[in-house]
Design a protein around this ligand. Structure first.
Ligand code: ATP
Ligand code: LTN
Length: 329
């Protein structure tokens, strides 16, 4: 029996290279060894108000991105969360085991409600429980994500362990899978914060589907420092971030990169970063455009994925219902 991998991305904006390097890039290679599920987290996305038309388009586009990044719907289950109602059903049960104190300590929650606590919607608060349900419904062993999601995988583990301690072994306790390279891509304008698709400054991020010209411009305008030397050091966070991006896209080791760039200026570093980024992204860009010309096929992939996902989810939910004492439908 293969182990299970589950991950999801929110269709809440245009994807950045942070999403690609921290998550997407690692999905393809897992398909042969594991039973993989890759989802469109549309239910998570609405914890922040979305334009309905855009949400719809981005959900389909995310399927196109999955396929363009090498996910094969014959090997992996690709689906949209809201198609499988078991996610919200398990979430309700897990809500009754989640501690308010722990939910209040989640970094993502704290940063999203900053300055707006009274009017923040309850979905933002319960977001990690829905994420835990996503993961636990499929008896997931591994969750490939970027560093920022580590805390959410930890609360998932806590919920599974708490449930198991009440009822005996029921839920599999998952591990996060966080790759060293690319797990923490920073903003190009402020390297102390993560690169995020919801940043209000568009120069802060590089989009996965960014065109060549704008890719070059944004990299050229990225913040460096006045040291004037290329070192991989916390004292030079902007340069360090560019080196991390270079390493994650090229797959080369840092010593080799640094020796290649020895004595060179930041202009040369930026040129290299542009080349390696564009080389990886241009075929993805073309493939996504091609898939988006055939949205019927994308819908078919999603619907087929939901049927397969539901089969697994239903079994787990039944197990949970029986433990809790609910009468199974
Ligand atoms: P937002 O910033 O709008 O909340 P996001 O850009 O973090 O969203 P998600 O859909 O929440 O996007 O994340 C999808 C995946 O991308 C997750 O596994 C997350 O850890 C990863 N990820 C997001 N940003 C980065 C980053 N800067 N570096 C590495 N991985 C990232
Ligand atoms: N919260 C995640 C998206 C997400 C997810 C998941 C990731 C929703 N459900 C399950 C891994 C497993 C995020 O913001 N990146």
């Amino acid at each position: 029996m293969k182990k299970t991998v589950y991950s999801a991305i929110q269709p809440s904006g245009e994807l950045t290279i942070g999403n690609y390097l921290g998550a997407l890039k690692n999905f393809k290679e897992l398909q042969d060894e594991y039973r993989c599920l890759f989802a469109v987290a549309d239910m998570h996305a609405i914890t922040v108000r979305q334009d309905p038309q855009l949400l719809y388009e981005r959900s389909l586009k995310l399927i196109a991105v999955y396929l363009a990044c090498g996910i094969d719907p014959k090997k992996s289950i690709v689906f949209i969360n809201s198609h499988v109602s078991e996610h919200t059903e398990l979430a309700w049960i897990l809500n009754t085991y989640a501690y308010i104190g722990q939910l209040k300590r989640m970094h993502q929650y704290k940063s999203k409600i900053a300055g707006n606590e009274e009017n923040a919607n309850a979905g933002l608060f319960l977001y990690p429980v829905l994420m835990a349900s996503d993961i636990l419904l499929y008896d997931t062993n591994l969750v490939p994500v970027g560093e920022d999601q580590k805390q959410h995988v930890e609360i998932t583990r806590d919920l599974a362990e708490r449930f198991n301690s009440y009822y005996g072994d029921t839920l599999i306790v998952p591990d996060p899978l966080i790759k060293e390279d690319g797990a923490r891509i920073k903003s190009l304008q402020d390297p102390s914060i993560k690169m995020s698709k919801s940043d209000s400054n568009e120069k802060a991020y590089l989009l996965l589907l960014e065109d060549e010209k704008s890719l070059r411009n944004k990299i050229n305008k990225s913040v460096t420092d006045s040291v004037g030397e290329i070192n991989y050091s916390d004292d030079q966070p902007g340069v360090k971030n560019l080196l991390d991006i270079y390493k994650a896209f090229s797959g080369e080791n840092m010593d080799k990169i640094l020796s290649e760039l020895e004595g060179k200026g930041y202009g040369e570093l930026k040129k290299k970063v542009f080349e390696v980024t564009n080389e990886t992204l241009s075929p993805i860009r073309e493939d996504v455009a091609r898939y988006m010309d055939n949205t019927e096929y994308l819908l078919e992939v999603a619907k087929d994925g939901a049927i397969k996902a539901r089969e697994i989810a239903n079994e787990t939910l039944k197990r949970v219902y029986e433990k809790v004492g609910f009468v199974w439908r």
